[in-house]
Ligand binder design. Structure first.
Ligand code: MN
Length: 266
């Protein structure tokens, strides 16, 4: 399989995982930068992530214009992705989602910070972007290049920005990382909300602990890859999973994505 085809497959897997893990629903999306042309990125057409196949992936320039004219309708909020890719040459993959557990932290002064080990990758600082600060009364959607750039400015060098009353955007060096971060961000938010409800002082991960987690991280380590393989299989696309070092599909059988499989565990 060509490098590009493998990347498109990984982008499809990322879409399916985010849908299956309830990070996205009908809305929300994930993109990846073109490996040979940093001024372009791949993102699906306007379709719920759960339904996306390789045929639905479109190519865009950083200003959100589809490379192929006359194609299907793109996502309105593609400017989130272009804005971040433009501002952050180090970023390879971007997720935007509305995961409910993250929303309270965009509404109050209480900052989102990592409190669980798997939440460490969101980083010590999670800024909140309020579209109203610069654009006044809008429908809250990131609908043009200027709004995408403004969001990217708030994100700065961080991994995640919350979007007030809307959701979050997160950026990482690979699809595996951005998916992992997007799955654990709402879980970290739940743990933090739960701790706040119990009352008393909250113990956050220290900077030293965050650094120690980052030092031990490698996107294709056995441990990291185990989660990608697990989530993909659970989402019914285990047959699409390849490892970059082997290029061999590891799971020949498509996983049964059935309620019974989930039910059996209980
Ligand atoms: Mn949105």
């Amino acid at each position: 399989m060509s490098k590009l085809k493998t990347l498109i497959n990984d982008l499809v897997i990322a879409n399916r995982i985010l849908a299956n893990e309830d990070v996205v629903d009908a809305y929300g999306h994930v993109s990846v930068r073109h490996p040979d042309d940093p001024s372009r990125f791949f993102l699906a057409r306007s379709l719920a992530p759960e339904f996306i196949t390789p045929a639905d992936i479109m190519e865009f320039t950083l200003d959100g214009v589809p490379v192929k004219k006359g194609g299907p309708s793109p996502y309105l909020e593609r400017f989130i992705h272009g804005g971040i890719f433009e501002a952050r040459p180090d970023v390879v993959a971007v997720v935007h989602a509305h995961a409910e557990d993250t929303l309270p932290f965009g509404l109050v002064e209480t900052p989102m910070r990592p409190v669980i080990h798997s939440g460490s990758f969101i980083g010590a600082k999670v800024p909140v972007w309020d579209i109203a600060d610069k654009f006044g009364d809008t429908n809250l959607l990131v609908a043009n290049v200027e709004q995408g750039q403004d969001l990217a400015k708030t994100l700065g060098p961080n991994n995640v920005a919350l979007m007030r009353g809307h959701g979050f955007a997160c950026a990482a060096r690979s699809l595996i990382e951005v998916v992992r971060m997007s799955v654990y961000l709402p879980r970290n938010a739940r743990a933090l909300s739960g701790a706040k409800q119990l009352g008393g002082a909250v113990k956050y991960l220290s900077q030293g602990e965050i650094d120690a987690r980052n030092r031990g991280y490698s996107p294709y380590s056995v441990e990291t890859w185990r989660a990608w393989h697990y989530w993909a299989t659970k989402a019914g696309v285990g047959n699409m999973v390849t490892r970059p070092d082997t290029k061999v599909a590891v799971s020949k059988k498509p996983a049964k994505k059935s309620k019974t499989a989930k039910g059996k565990k209980k």
